[in-house]
Design a protein around this ligand. Structure first.
Ligand code: NAD
Length: 243
């Protein structure tokens, strides 16, 4: 795929699941990776997977100190930001605590806004026609039981993506989102089996997705092949959203 070689690509939540698959895909495309995640031990694991062109930032995207560290790395250059880090804290409305609500807002929405602000400022000031890519979810389109907090953030990410694309288009910065369906990662393994089975039944392709299938959409949207695409959300969900 054209145009990703030697690009500086920041990926949040890169130590597992979709983030790790996305890191792998961009690495194969020749990108320089700046991988952001929380666990301290991940650096060794990541060094084995990505022996060169990789920097690991042990950072929590909701913490001020971490954001300062990420800013320091962005000041050396950024071409692509993948706002992938996301969490669930599920409970139905009468059981959900303020803490559960706030945690999900902070990671899935506020950090996306903050990192987009930081990345786009660098891109604008340095004439970089970069790409910002955000993790939405298929549930933003139709809601999901027990996830008022999570679904609200994912719907907000779609609106934020549209708005940022309008604000940043004049600088040549593109902003897009990917809305995954149910993908085989830790996040989905925590869900009740019957819910996942029900979703598989509803999807025209009748199966759960692979993290690599989401990574492919991010790689496409970051590439020159997507140079006229901005403000959109691509559903990568086996057709689930139709159901
Ligand atoms: N798996 C799915 O079916 C699915 C569906 C729709 C959307 N998504 C979205 O895709 C993204 C990735 O999902 P996943 O399934 O790979 O999740 P995952 O739980 O497998 O991995 C998420 C990663 O993000 C990291 N992370 C969490 N909070 C962080 C923080 N504050 N700072 C830094 N890193 C943090 C975790 O440590 C973890 O490595 C999320 O935004 C999720 O909402 C996933």
């Amino acid at each position: 795929m054209r145009g990703l070689s030697n690009k500086r690509v920041f990926i949040t939540g890169a130590a597992a699941g979709i983030g790790l698959a996305t890191a792998t895909r961009f690495y194969e495309e020749g990108a320089n990776l700046i991988l952001i995640d929380m666990p301290p031990i991940e650096e060794t694991k990541l060094k084995e997977l990505f022996p060169e062109r990789m920097t690991y930032l042990q950072a929590n995207v909701t913490h001020k100190d971490s954001l300062a560290m990420i800013q320091g790395e962005m000041d050396k250059g950024i071409d692509v930001l993948v706002n992938n880090a996301g969490i669930t804290r599920d409970a139905t409305i009468h059981k959900m605590t303020d803490e559960q609500f706030d945690q999900v807002i902070d990671v899935n929405l506020k950090a996306v806004w903050k990192l987009s602000q930081m990345a786009s400022l660098y891109m604008k000031d340095n004439g970089i026609q970069g790409a910002i890519l955000n993790a939405a979810s298929v549930v933003a389109h139709y809601g999901n039981f027990g996830q008022t907090n999570y679904v609200a953030t994912k719907a907000a990410v779609i609106g934020l993506t549209k708005t940022l694309s309008k604000e940043l288009g004049k600088y040549g910065i593109r902003v897009n989102a990917v809305a995954p369906g149910f993908i085989g990662t830790e996040m989905v393994r925590k869900m009740p089996e019957k819910v996942v089975a029900m979703m598989n039944e509803k999807a025209p392709l009748k199966r759960i997705g692979e993290p690599e299938e989401i990574a492919a959409a991010y790689a496409f949207l970051a590439s020159d092949d997507a140079r006229f695409i901005t403000g959109t959300t691509i559903n990568v969900d086996g057709g689930l959203v139709l159901g």
